[in-house]
Each structure stands twice: as structure tokens, then as C-alpha cells.
Design a protein around this ligand. Structure first.
Ligand code: GLU
Length: 452
């Protein structure tokens, strides 16, 4: 990293105390951008790095709802509108107890570059609340979503800011949020994506992040004349991304053998039972511990048995790994274990699942393929972009149409990231390639649009 960029990063640390994950996301980007900043003087002249690291607007607000016992529950809601150089702010809502401004700034910052890579005209944003949907009744979820929208509706519309789902926000929550939005604003428009199919949602949006991540892995392997067929795959997570990663891996004749949730992980040597996984997580919303009741060969390892500071799921022997749960779930030690066990591909379905040290290690292995989140998990938001297009034209495209476009977008992201890595003399380093390619488009748009 050159001294100008290093100085900026120090400044950012001082200005954003306690926001470790935001600083981590910025460090990764700044590391990658150093060669571009040295080559193109305009980015320094127009102070792009200083400008791009400050959200255009961020709001936090009180959310109060009444639980089933009639008691008031108080939470903090947020929306970070990070960058609108390429289009309306776009990015999901996360409902999880760990949510705070630092977490949403990391996610919103990543979203800027990810969205830029998709080729769809969307800016970057993120929001959510420190609310845990786990164990709550449907009524409680609905009342929380309504209370949350009572504030959020002021910011969003089809062409200003378009939220969607993320951890803790799926089809059910988007339904309640959309109902409240419509009631408050009297508008039926595409202000949210991930909607139900009967009321403006897109086919293949549910599958898109997982499918997209596997399409990306396919592209990485194709470059080495390899394929997913027959490969043993370890997946973390058991939410939307993980489920549809497993589904697509089966379609390509790979063998997914693990999944995980906040209680532990499943190793199923016969291959994950996809129907059972969907039943437990999409219908019953219960712990993965239940999985072994129906699958006798499978083993459940509770989190309490993980080696200290490690994620148990990465100790399973595999050819390829798909971290699809959450940030910093794959450490340097985990990466070393995967490598020692023969794993040669990591494709990130979650946002920033690998630590900086793990990424450095994986990039340093010459026989290893690493697909960074910004590129590999962009299929979800790209398909949200396709949902926005359908809404704007009052159309509903077929599953094949949307899936075909998603596949082409993932190929395009891979090609762009790969070509950019080559242009900057580090062929195959997709962290460098995707960061530079994503950044360049946003930065040039910011220059065109003047100092705002
Ligand atoms: N939460 C997803 C992401 O991290 C999707 C966002 C969207 O569809 O707007 O990209």
C-alpha cells in the first residue's frame, strides 16, 4: 500500500472508532486500489477515496413494537445510503442482534462495488435493526416490520432507495414490510425487492445468490478446464444462500456434505438432504440438530465442541468450500486446515466471510482458486435489479429468462474481474480484479457528477 493510501486508512480508523468490520472492508479495498491510484492521478485529485468512504446519508431510528405478552420492546433501526453515483441506493436489510452502524457501514460499503460489478444501474446501501427474529411469533415479526417501516418509508421508493432481504429478512419479512409501506404511502411500486411472486416479485430471486455463487465457481474452474462434477463441497450456513448453493451444486453433480447454523454444523457423508434442509429451515425454522433425527448417517457437531476460535465446518475434508453464513467465519487457521485437507477452491456466498489474513493465505497458494464475495455473491442483488426492471415495465419474466440473465451476469462479472487482474499484472487475483473494476466505474461516475 502506498503512503497516501496508508495515511487515508489511518485517518479512517480515527474517524470511525470501534467500527472494526467497516475498517476491515475498507482495508481490503484500499490494498487492491493502490496500483490504480498510483497510475491514475484523477482519483487523488478529486479526493475519491475520501468521498467514497463517507456515506451520502445515514439514519438511525427508534423502533418500538409490542410483544405477545403486551410488553413494549425497543430496538434501533438503520439505513445507510452509501453511494448513488450509479443509481438508486440498493441493498438488503439485516435483522440480527449484532447489527449496529459499523456493521451496516461495512455491508453498505461492500454493496457499492458489488452492485457496480453487476452492470445493472444501482447504487449501494444497507439497513436493518438489532432485532432477532429467531423464536418470535408471526405476530411479533409482523408488528416489528410495521414499526420499522413507520420510519423507513420516508427514505425509500422505486427510484430513490430500494431495500431487500439479508440475514433475518426473507420472504415473510419483505411481505410484512411491503404491506406496511403500501398502507403508509398509498403507493404500489417497486420500493422493495424479494417480493412475493403474486405482487411484483421475480422468479429466481430466491435462488439467485446461491445459484450465482455456484455459477461463479463454475467459471473459476472452467478457466483451469475443470468442473464441479464429482467434487465434495463444504457449505456453511443454512439460510437462503446456503440452501440454493446446495441445490445448484446437486444440479451440477457435485456433492454438498455440510451445512451449519448458529447451533452447530451437520456433516452428511451421503450428501445433504435438500428436501429435509428446506423443511427444517424454510418451514419449521428449527435448529439443524433436528436433521440427524431423519438422517442416521449424518453427524451434528454443536458449536460448543468447535476448537476455540475456529469454525468446525471447515475441518471437514472437501474439494471446494462455499462460506455462506456471515462475516469473518473463515479465519487464517480455517483456511490452512481447508488447504491441508485438499480443498482448492473457496467461493464466498456470504458478505466478507473470510478474514484479511485468510484471504492473504489463499491468494498466496498458486494452486488455489478464491472467489471474493463482492463478485461471487453479486447474483442476489443483480436479480433484485432484474426484479426492478420487471416492475418498471409491469412485466413478469419466466424462470428460464431470469436464470439465464443471472448466469450471463455472473459470467460477465468473472470475465471483468479476471481481465482487470490481468491488466494490473496479477492474473487470477480476483480480489484485486473485482475491487478495481467495481471501484473504477463508481469513481468515474462520481467525477462526472461533480462535488456532491
Ligand atoms: N442482501 C443481499 C446482498 O448482500 C441482496 C441485496 C439486494 O438484493 O438488494 O447483496
Amino acid at each position: 500500500m502506498n503512503s497516501y493510501v496508508a495515511g487515508l486508512l489511518n485517518n479512517l480508523k480515527e474517524q470511525n472508532p470501534g467500527e472494526e468490520v467497516f475498517i476491515q472492508a475498507a482495508t481490503e479495498i484500499f490494498n487492491s486500489l493502490a496500483p490504480l491510484i498510483e497510475r491514475e492521478e484523477k482519483y487523488t485529485k478529486h479526493r475519491i477515496l475520501e468521498r467514497i468512504t463517507v456515506p451520502e446519508r445515514s439514519l438511525s431510528f427508534r423502533v418500538v413494537y409490542t410483544n405477545d405478552r403486551g410488553e413494549p420492546c425497543v430496538h434501533t433501526g438503520y439505513r445507510v445510503e452509501f453511494n448513488s453515483a450509479l443509481g438508486p441506493y440498493k441493498g438488503g436489510l439485516r435483522f440480527h442482534p449484532s447489527v449496529n452502524m459499523g456493521v451496516l457501514k461495512f455491508l453498505g460499503f461492500e454493496q457499492i462495488f458489488k452492485n457496480s460489478l453487476t452492470g445493472v444501474n444501482i447504487g449501494g446501501g444497507k439497513g436493518g435493526a438489532n432485532f432477532d427474529p429467531k423464536g418470535k411469533s408471526d405476530g411479533e415479526i409482523m408488528r416489528f416490520c410495521q414499526a420499522f417501516m413507520l420510519e423507513l418509508h420516508r427514505l425509500i421508493s422505486e427510484n430513490t432507495d430500494v431495500p431487500a432481504g439479508d440475514i433475518g429478512v426473507g420472504g415473510r419479512e419483505i411481505g410484512y414490510l411491503y404491506g406496511a409501506y403500501k398502507k403508509i404511502t398509498r403507493r404500489f411500486d417497486g420500493a422493495l425487492t424479494g417480493k412475493g411472486l403474486a405482487w411484483g416479485g421475480s422468479l429466481a430471486r430466491t435462488q439467485a445468490t446461491g445459484y450465482g455463487s455456484v455459477y461463479f465457481a463454475q467459471e473459476m474452474l472452467a478457466k483451469k478446464s475443470e468442473a464441479l462434477r464429482g467434487k465434495i463441497c463444504a457449505i456453511s450456513g443454512a439460510g437462503n444462500v446456503a440452501i440454493y448453493t446446495v441445490e445448484k451444486l446437486y444440479q451440477l453433480e457435485a456433492k454438498p456434505v455440510t451445512i451449519s447454523d448458529s447451533t452447530g454444523f451437520i456433516y452428511d457423508p451421503d450428501g445433504i438432504d435438500l428436501a429435509l434442509l428446506k423443511k427444517l429451515k424454510e418451514e419449521l425454522r428449527v435448529s439443524l440438530a433436528e436433521y440427524t433425527k431423519e438422517r442416521k448417517n449424518a453427524k451434528f457437531t454443536p458449536v460448543s465442541e468447535y476448537p476455540k476460535g475456529r469454525n468446525g465446518v471447515w475441518s471437514v475434508k472437501c474439494d471446494a468450500a462455499f462460506p455462506s453464513a456471515t462475516q469473518n467465519e473463515l479465519s487464517l487457521e480455517d483456511a490452512k486446515t481447508l488447504y491441508a485437507n485438499g480443498c482448492r477452491l473457496v467461493c464466498e456466498g456470504a458478505n466478507m466471510p473470510s478474514t484479511l489474513a485468510a484471504i492473504d493465505f489463499m491468494l498466496a497458494q498458486k494452486d488455489f482458486l478464491f472467489g471474493p464475495a463482492k463478485a461471487a455473491n453479486a447474483g442476489g442483488v443483480a436479480t433484485s435489479g432484474l426484479e426492478m426492471m420487471q416492475n418498471a415495465q409491469l412485466e413478469s419474466w419466466s424462470f428460464e429468462e431470469v436464470d439465464g440473465r443471472l448466469h450471463e451476469i455472473m459470467r460477465h462479472i468473472f470475465r471483468t474481474s479476471y481481465e482487470t487482474s490481468k491488466e494490473f499484472g496479477d492474473e487470477g487475483n480476483l480480489v484485486l480484479g473485482s475491487n478495481i473494476a467495481g471501484f473504477r466505474k463508481v469513481a468515474d461516475a462520481m467525477i462526472d457528477q461533480g462535488y456532491v
